[in-house]
Design a binder for this molecule. Structure first.
Ligand SMILES: *Cc1c(COP(=O)(O)O)cnc(C)c1O
Length: 419
């Protein structure tokens, strides 16, 4: 006999996914409705408005791409970039490499600048590169979970404006937990996902496009032959993907509701509920909650005598990279966390593989009790692995931060950098 799906109960404290908010799980289990049902079109329209607020934008072109965050990234890049177009990608971690890779496959002429993992770029370095490369698009990750760094974006819009460049950012890991102001910062295109600070499952990619970005798509508009009407004009250089063609996806969400894919109704419900939960609590309050939980986790791991990787002043609120002590095997401790405590923490990629664990405090799990449970379990697993740790110090430090979130709030000095 096959068994029904019955996953173990886990506490997901890695760099994503995290436990979905129970309200989102309930939304996922509600009945399916066809995409032309008036209730459904109204719910799609409502979801667009919710995400305008989440993104901090008035962009009409705000919608969901069906697929994981990577679908949103690929939709943005393949739709904005025609073969031969120049794109500049500042790379400060794994996801910068992903943007470059996707842009390469889209046939773009890709230029990268790189900085050491654990650092971000000063805006002046990016502007120098923009001046040199003269790209059509500057594509940059906001928060890169591979390094935990949060690239400042607030000055990049003005730089792009000065040089006539479109600004795209992947805010999957950062949105909700860290400030992001699409319009005020002059960002043309932002894509995201649900499974980090928005407290949902992966599988839907909210995206927003400025009128300037939409006008780029308009030049490459294509409408499938079977649904095209006599006066529809189509480009002879269409976007090189059908499923991820943002012009088509816009026509689907827009007033014409031109048929494209079958809306992933359950994911739409989840995305709608994620946004609603965030906006009910308030954008600022949610960022504050992530800031507090993140500082509590940081204080906790440091109180356990562990070192933190990277430039802490530029760390995302919602994830911390903890250097693995020399006297333990990282994967054994991670295994014990899962086996003995039901808690998942993250491993790492590339240059950080085997060097750091990544511990997330995001979305539904950015809470005092989850931070405390994780620190208590980590202390226990380290001791069992033979690494001396001060008893109770991690939990105490985290509770102190939660008791007085103002303590340490202005911490800006980098710490834990290799001596
Ligand atoms: C986690 C993360 C993603 C995830 O992409 P998926 O396709 O949903 O797995 C994308 N970009 C960044 C910056 C991330 O941190």
């Amino acid at each position: 006999m096959t068994q029904p799906v019955n996953p173990p109960v886990r506490l997901l404290m890695g760099p994503g996914p995290i436990d979905a908010d129970p309200r989102v799980l309930r939304a996922l289990s509600t009945p399916l409705v066809g995409q032309y049902d008036p209730w459904m079109t109204a719910t799609m329209t409502e979801t667009q408005e919710l995400y305008r607020q989440v993104f901090g934008t008035r962009n009409d072109a705000t919608m969901l791409v069906d697929g994981t965050s990577r679908a949103g990234i690929e939709a943005a890049l393949v739709s904005l970039l025609a073969p031969g177009d120049r794109v500049l990608v500042p790379v400060f971690g794994r996801f910068g490499h992903l943007l470059a890779e996707i842009a390469t496959r889209a046939g773009a002429e890709v230029h990268t600048i790189e900085t050491e993992w654990g650092q971000v770029f000063p805006p002046s370095v990016i502007e120098d590169a923009v001046r040199r490369v003269r790209p059509k698009v500057l594509a940059v990750v906001q928060g890169d979970t591979s390094t935990t760094m949060n690239q400042p974006l607030d000055e990049l819009g003005a730089i792009c404006e000065r040089h006539g460049v479109l600004l795209y950012t992947d805010a999957t890991a950062s949105i909700g937990g860290n400030p992001l102001e699409t319009d005020a910062w002059g960002i043309d295109v932002v894509s995201a996902g649900l499974q980090k600070c928005l407290g949902g499952p992966s599988g839907s990619a909210p995206i927003t496009l400025s009128p300037r970005a939409v006008s780029v798509l308009d030049g490459r508009r294509s409408i499938e032959a079977g649904i095209r009407e006599a006066d529809d004009v189509v480009s002879d250089d269409p976007i090189r993907s059908n499923y991820l063609d943002l012009a088509m996806i816009l026509d689907y969400w827009g007033p014409r509701r031109l048929n494209h894919h079958t809306e992933a109704a359950s994911m739409l419900y989840a995305a709608n509920e994620c946004a609603r939960i965030l906006l009910e609590e308030g954008r600022e309050a949610v960022i504050e909650r992530h800031a507090t939980a993140g500082r509590a986790m940081l204080a906790g791991v440091e109180a356990l005598g562990l070192r933190v990787f990277g430039d802490v002043a530029h760390k995302m609120h919602n994830v911390v990279a903890v250097e693995i002590p020399d006297d333990v095997v990282g994967d054994q401790v991670r295994g014990a966390m899962l086996e003995d405590h039901g808690i998942e923490i993250g491993t790492s990629f590339g240059p950080l593989h085997g060097r750091v664990w990544r511990i997330g405090t995001m979305g539904y799990n950015a809470r005092k009790d989850t931070v405390v449970r994780t620190l208590a379990a980590l202390e226990h697993c380290l001791r069992r692995a033979g690494h001396a740790v001060p008893q109770g110090a991690g939990v105490d430090a985290a509770l102190d931060v939660h008791a007085d979130p103002a303590v340490d709030a202005d911490r800006t000095a980098p710490v834990g950098a290799p001596a």
